[in-house]
Structure formats: structure tokens, C-alpha cells
Write a protein that binds this ligand. Structure first.
Ligand SMILES: Cc1cc2nc3c(=O)[nH]c(=O)nc-3n(C[C@H](O)[C@H](O)[C@H](O)COP(=O)(O)O)c2cc1C
Length: 348
């Protein structure tokens, strides 16, 4: 494709601008979290002051099991966003993903927009990011290792986004050879490979195939938050009645289903897609997530209140989660994942 760098960078700029609005939310489909409630435990003996969220992710200790989802890089506006996100992530000691690094393979002009993350956050787990369509067509994988090294990543995320690509005028819908190449990439790379969707969710069947291919983590990125089909529809003809706007599997469903695979596989399950409050994050944990992640709400908070705002937002969520754990008699997240949540219909 000619003018590839300007096409990629222009698209990224439009993505940021659209995601600063709520126009790109799902319309009639939800994450499903609202269908659940916690089981109040009147005789709780948990000492709320002793609830500790520290955990390990990609061999590093983090203070909260939280990931600021992969968002941006490869366009000038990304430098300030990634700089401030990494200051917040470093302060909180949580994980952070970079946006798709495809642009960094085109030329070096925006490498600084990615590298700023490690400069600001020397110790946190950082995730590199590349698209499934690119991985599917690769004949060799030096380029992916190059992207890992560029951001000194602790893990590499492959984002799978067929609905987004399908709605994107310049989209790449060919994923033939994807699983075979993921398997090879897992063996080739110096760091673990994780896979995420971007808002249409991952089914148990797909997750099992990915785990068989050797991936180390699955981020469900389910339906109910940001609609990436919606983002592309708005970039294209703006027809908001497009039948694919709400395409995908709700986040709560994906977490619950993929959690079942824990019996057979060892992997990190990340719950994301429309996690916009402490209560939703708590429900994701209670349904089985090891970590939770958010994207658009973090970008919006950053734009309104800067890194300080993001820090406050995330610590506020974990304060809420701590209270919910106390009220359900859960002294640890392991406890909290054991039957502390039910479908609301159970009560009536
Ligand atoms: C501005 C913006 C850019 C994004 N770019 C990427 C990307 O480059 N790679 C990727 O894997 N996901 C990308 N995402 C998707 C998010 O990581 C996330 O999976 C999705 O938005 C659903 O989470 P949410 O409902 O909390 O927004 C982006 C999200 C936002 C808001």
C-alpha cells in the first residue's frame, strides 16, 4: 500500500478522537455484568485492612491485578498519551500495553511514541502489540522480536479483530494461517505471547485452540464497552444502524466460559471490554479473571484529569473491590473467585 505510514497514522489519530467520545459504545448489547449480584455474607470475619491485591504478572510483582489496555503509538499525539499513561502505571505499579506496533515496522519516525513508556516506567510489565492479520501473513518472526525489544516488553500481545477489520474500509480480513503462525511465534519469541480481542470477545472454543497453540494469556476484550466495529463504521459511512455495530460475545460470558479452561490449562485470564467501574471490575474477578483491563474510560479520564486522574480512578475502583470482598467474606482474590456471585434471577 502506498503512503502506508500516513494511512496508519491518520487512522490512529481518528481512533483516539472517536474514543474520546461515547459515540463508539455498544448500543443494545451489554457486558452482562448488570445481570449478576454479589452474595452478601452477614458474618464476614475478613479484616478489610489486610486485603492485599499484590500479584505476579509476567514474572513481575504488581500492586493491583490491573492492565491499562493496549491503546496507542505510531502517531504524534500518542507520545503525550503514552507518556502520561506510563507515569500513572508506574506510580500504581500496574501493567500497561502499547497500541499496535505495526506502524513502527514501517519507519522509525514515531518510535519515540512507543519507547517513552519504558523510559517512564522502568519496572512494570509492558506488553507489545501486533495484529492477527500481520502475524498470519508472516514468513519469519524477527520483526516481532524487534517490536518486543523496541519497548523492552515483558510479553507480546496479538490482537485479533476480524469484526473491526471487516468494517474498516482499508481493513485486512485475511487470517489464514493464524494459528499455525501463533504456534511458531510462541516458540520463537523471547517473551510469552498473549492474545486479545478488541471488543467482540473470545469464545471458549477459540481460547482452547489458542491455548493449544501455546499462548500464555487470554484477554477476552468482550462486547459491552467500546465497539470497534462502531469506530470503523463512524470512520466510514457513519451508518449507526449498521447490523454489525453490536457484534460479539458479552464480556461476562467470555470470562465465565474461558475460566472453565483453568482445569486443563495454566494461563492468565484477563477480563476486559466495558469495565468502567469498580463494581464491574469486581464482577470480572468474581467470575474468574486473574487481571482486569480497561481502555477507553482510561483514555477519557487521562484527557480530562491527566495521570493524577487515572491514578485516582483506579485506586478508587480497588477501594470499591476491597469493600465488596469484605462484604462477601473474601479475604483474598482466590477466595473471591469461589461462588461469591450469582445471576440476579436467583434471588426472585
Ligand atoms: C484509542 C484506543 C486505541 C486502541 N488501539 C488498540 C490497539 O492498537 N491494539 C489493541 O490490541 N487494542 C486497541 N484498543 C482496544 C482496547 O485495548 C480494548 O480491547 C477495547 O477498547 C475494549 O476495552 P474498553 O471497552 O475498556 O474500551 C484501543 C482502544 C482505544 C480506546
Amino acid at each position: 500500500m502506498k503512503n502506508n505510514d500516513s494511512v496508519t497514522s491518520k487512522r490512529k489519530k481518528e481512533h483516539i478522537e472517536l474514543c474520546l467520545t461515547d459515540d463508539v459504545a455498544f448500543k443494545n448489547k451489554t457486558s452482562g455484568f448488570e445481570k449478576y449480584d454479589f452474595l452478601h455474607y452477614a458474618i464476614t470475619e475478613v479484616d478489610i485492612t489486610k486485603i492485599n491485591f499484590e500479584t505476579k504478572f509476567l514474572k513481575k510483582k504488581i500492586n493491583y491485578p490491573f492492565l491499562i489496555s493496549c491503546m496507542t503509538g505510531g502517531v504524534e499525539a500518542a507520545e503525550s498519551i503514552n507518556a502520561r499513561l506510563s507515569v500513572a502505571a508506574n506510580e500504581l505499579n500496574i501493567a500497561l500495553g502499547v497500541g499496535s506496533q505495526r506502524q513502527a515496522l514501517e519507519n522509525k519516525s514515531f518510535h519515540h511514541t512507543y519507547k517513552v513508556i519504558r523510559e517512564n516506567a522502568p519496572r512494570i510489565p509492558i506488553l507489545g502489540n501486533i495484529g492477527a492479520a500481520q502475524v498470519a501473513e508472516m514468513k519469519s518472526f524477527e520483526n516481532v522480536q524487534y517490536l518486543v525489544d523496541l519497548v523492552e516488553a515483558d510479553g507480546m500481545v496479538i490482537h485479533i479483530n476480524p469484526a473491526q477489520e471487516l468494517m474498516q474500509p482499508e481493513g485486512d480480513t485475511l487470517q489464514e494461517g493464524l494459528l499455525k503462525n501463533i504456534k511458531k511465534l510462541v516458540k520463537y519469541l523471547s517473551v510469552p505471547v498473549l492474545v486479545k480481542e478488541v471488543g467482540s470477545g473470545i469464545s471458549k472454543e477459540a481460547a482452547e485452540k489458542l491455548l493449544d497453540a501455546g499462548v500464555n494469556g487470554i484477554d477476552v476484550a468482550g462486547a459491552g464497552g467500546t465497539s470497534w466495529a462502531g469506530v470503523e463504521i463512524l470512520r466510514n459511512d457513519g451508518n449507526s444502524s449498521n447490523e454489525f455495530w453490536d457484534w460479539g460475545l458479552p464480556t461476562s460470558y467470555c470470562i465465565k466460559e474461558i475460566y472453565r479452561l483453568k482445569k486443563k490449562y495454566k494461563f492468565t485470564l484477563i477480563g476486559s471490554g466495558g469495565i468502567n467501574s469498580g463494581v464491574e471490575a469486581a464482577k470480572a474477578f468474581a467470575l474468574g479473571a486473574d487481571l482486569v483491563a480497561s481502555a477507553r474510560i482510561i483514555l477519557q479520564e487521562l484527557s480530562k484529569n491527566g495521570a493524577e486522574g487515572v491514578i485516582k480512578l483506579i485506586t478508587g475502583w480497588f477501594d470499591t473491590i476491597r469493600k465488596i470482598m469484605y462484604l462477601t467474606g473474601s479475604g483474598s482474590l482466590q477466595e473471591f473467585r469461589k461462588n461469591k456471585i450469582v445471576k440476579k434471577e436467583t434471588f426472585y
